[in-house]
Every structure is written in C-alpha cells, then in structure tokens.
Write a protein that binds this ligand. Structure first.
Ligand code: ZN
Length: 403
C-alpha cells in the first residue's frame, strides 16, 4: 500500500519514492505505483494533481483497487524517483475545495440549505443546494459568514476516527465509508467526513465570492470562486468596469445611469429611424405609382428588386395600394438563390393573386399562398427576379384574358 504523504502533510511538494509496480494501462499509457506519494488522486470532488517524476510528466493520478496509479507521459526505468507536485494547481484545489466546506456550512448554518453535490471546474466551482428558493440577501448573508470564518483564520484539523466515535461529532451528513473515517474539523463551525486536501488555517482559503446562481433539477446551483481565483476575477471585472467608465465618461456609481440613458437614447433613435424609413418608403410608393403601367382596365406597378427585405417589399406594396384605385402591385426580390414574389391588388380589380403566385411557383421549387387580393410565395431557383417578374406580368395578362 502506498503511504499518502498528502495526508501527512498537504504542503509537501517534493519527495523521493521507490517504484513498487509499473506497467501500461488498458488505454496504452505507462504508469507507476510508488511506496509513497504526495500526488493526490482524483476523489471526493477534488481533481488529481499533476507534476513530474524524475522529470517525466505525471498527466493523471487515480486510485484503482486501492493503489494510487501515476499515469505518465513516457515510461520510467528508474527504481527510485524524485517527485515534484505542481503546487499552483494543488493550492488552487485546496482553496476551492476548502472554500466549499466553508460556504456549504454557511448555507446550512444560516438557512438549513444542505449541499447535495459539489463540482470543482477549471474556471469555477459549483454547489447544488437542496432548496427550491433562495434570495440575493440570503446568498450575501452566507457569503459574509463564509468570509468571516476565513478572516477569523480558524485552524482546520484532520483526525481519523472509527464509526463508533462518530456520534461525538455534529456531522452534517453521514460519511460514505465505514472505517478509517477522516474528519475535517473547523472547531465550532464545521465537521465533515472528507478525503480531500486542506490548508491548516481557514485564512489560506482567501476571499470566497458567489458569482451567480440558477435553478436546476436538484434545487439551486451556486457558482463561486475562492482564493486566487476570486482575486483574479476581481481584477478582470475591474478592468471591464474601467473600460466601460472610460467609454461612457462615468464612474462605478454612475455607470448604471449612464447605460440606462444610452439605451433610452438608442430606443429613441431606433424609433426616429423607423419613422424616417417609413417616410422614405411612402415617397418611393408614390413614385412607383406614378410610373404605373396602364393595362386593360387597371394600373400595374411591377418591379424586381435584388437584396431587398421581404417585409420592406410588403410595406411598400401596402403603401401603394392604400392610395390607389384599380391597381395591381407585383414585386419580386432575390437574395442569393432565394426568390420571393408578392402579388396584391385593390378590391376594385378582378383576378386571383393566389393563382398568379401558384403559376410562378410552378417554375421554382417553392411554397406560397394567401387570399385573392394578396398572396406571396418563394423558393430556391436560378431564375432572376427580373425573369420571374416578366413571367408573372405575362400570366397576369393571360389570366385577365381568360376572365
Ligand atoms: Zn474536504
């Protein structure tokens, strides 16, 4: 069995050991088992350490059949090895993991919200709380208590106990193992069965900050950062704030008002722009109507567009017909390989616009429909907007003759 140096002293980063087993695992990766190790294997919500053995990279550390397996980038021949644990990564894990103990205890202590699961990710950590509701005030209260425990710099003790001794400790939930139970204790605050690595004092965890929360199937998921992650996040957010303040000539306290004003202004501009565009369309409608072709018993406004939005064409058609009498409007527009047709008429003209559109659709692979006075359709085709328009005009004349 491997001696777990990370339990004897979680601050050990270099050590010497003997290789007691080596081989290649099912996935083809070389591995070694040592007589003692400071490499923490994945477990209890804490990810594995990385580092080197005799300068060879340790890429993964796992527990398999009670043995701690060091997965290596290349095989090692030596019998004796010198190990080096990547302390930055390990200390980060210790901060997030211990911060989780402290934050979970704060939610349980203040509001009775038990933590049902924990995840330590690359960017952030999360806990799931067994509650259906939570308020921003409750979160801030728990965060405040958690940071108070950090600033009180309380000792974090680790002891090994048997199942029969457990009743002496106010554990929040029963341990998963029956023997060799490892208790992690923050005196007077939190008693937890845990196999992870923890610093000696709560102060080492550094600031604990909740950065968001949402509802999920398990209850409420809390996203949080501890230690250097929280410090780094503060610096990054500060940078974003400074940039925004520079752009908006504001300060932190006035930034919200500056953004509100900006959004209001944008809303006004959009409204004004919409009105101006409508005016422009009305002018265009009047112009098109003036140039309308005289047909047998009605006036025809026909135009082919390229890259013109359908909704704009529809509006234009509506504006023409609003002022007109005995008029038919035919528009086609093409965007890439997509062709669209709009056919509409005033009530005092005969002719079925649906039939007209259907005749156009018979040329292309498309769909459409509408009412006798107003119909549209479109589809994918090589045919140009001009080509389709002249076809529709011919059809319209034919339809009239047939009527
Ligand atoms: Zn722990």
């Amino acid at each position: 069995m491997t001696k777990k140096l990370f339990y004897e002293n979680p601050y050990i980063t270099t050590f010497e050991a003997e290789v007691i087993e080596k081989g290649v695992d099912e996935a083809g990766h070389p591995f070694v088992v040592l007589d003692q190790t400071a490499f923490y294997p994945t477990g209890g919500g804490q990810p594995h350490d990385i580092g080197t053995l005799n300068g060879v990279k340790v890429v993964d550390v796992e527990t398999r059949d009670q043995a701690i397996i060091h997965i290596l980038e290349q095989p090692i021949d030596a019998v004796k090895v010198k190990g080096e644990v990547d302390w930055e990564r390990r200390f980060d894990h210790m901060q997030q993991h211990t911060g989780q103990h402290i934050l979970s205890a704060a939610f349980a202590e203040r509001f009775g919200f038990q933590t049902v699961s924990f995840h330590l990710g690359k960017e952030e950590a999360t806990i799931d709380l067994a509650t259906q509701t939570i308020t921003e005030e409750q979160i801030q209260e728990a965060v405040h208590l958690a940071n108070t425990i950090v600033f009180q710099n309380k000792p974090i003790k680790t002891i090994w106990v048997d199942e029969k001794d457990l009743s002496q400790y106010p554990l929040r939930k029963p341990p998963k193992v029956k023997e060799n139970i490892r208790l992690v204790i923050i005196e007077g605050y939190d008693y937890n069965a845990c196999g992870g690595t923890h610093p000696h004092m709560t102060g080492e965890v550094g600031p604990i900050q909740v950065i968001g929360w949402e509802k999920n199937q398990k209850g409420i998921r809390i996203h949080f950062l501890c230690g250097f992650r929280a410090v780094k996040a503060f610096a990054e957010k500060q940078k974003v704030l400074q940039t925004l303040n520079r752009q908006l000539s504001s300060q932190d306290a006035t930034l919200k008002d500056a953004i509100d004003r900006l959004l209001e202004k944008q809303h006004e501009l959009e409204k004004a722009l919409g009105e101006a565009e409508e005016e422009l369309l009305k002018h265009e409608a009047a112009e098109l109507y003036q140039k309308a072709r005289a047909m047998d018993g009605f006036r025809l406004v026909a135009k082919a567009f390229v890259h013109r939005e359908i909704t704009e064409c529809q509006k234009l058609s509506r504006f023409i017909l609003e002022q007109a009498e005995q008029t038919v409007v035919l528009f086609t527009t093409k965007e890439g390989t997509r062709l669209h047709m709009i056919a509409s008429r005033t009530k005092d003209v005969e002719g079925d616009m649906v039939k007209l559109i259907e005749s156009g659709l018979s040329l292309i692979n498309g769909r459409g429909g509408g009412k006798p006075e107003r119909a549209q359709g479109g589809g994918e085709t090589d045919l140009t907007a001009e080509g389709m328009l002249s076809y529709l005009v011919d059809q319209l004349e034919g339809q009239r003759v047939a009527n």
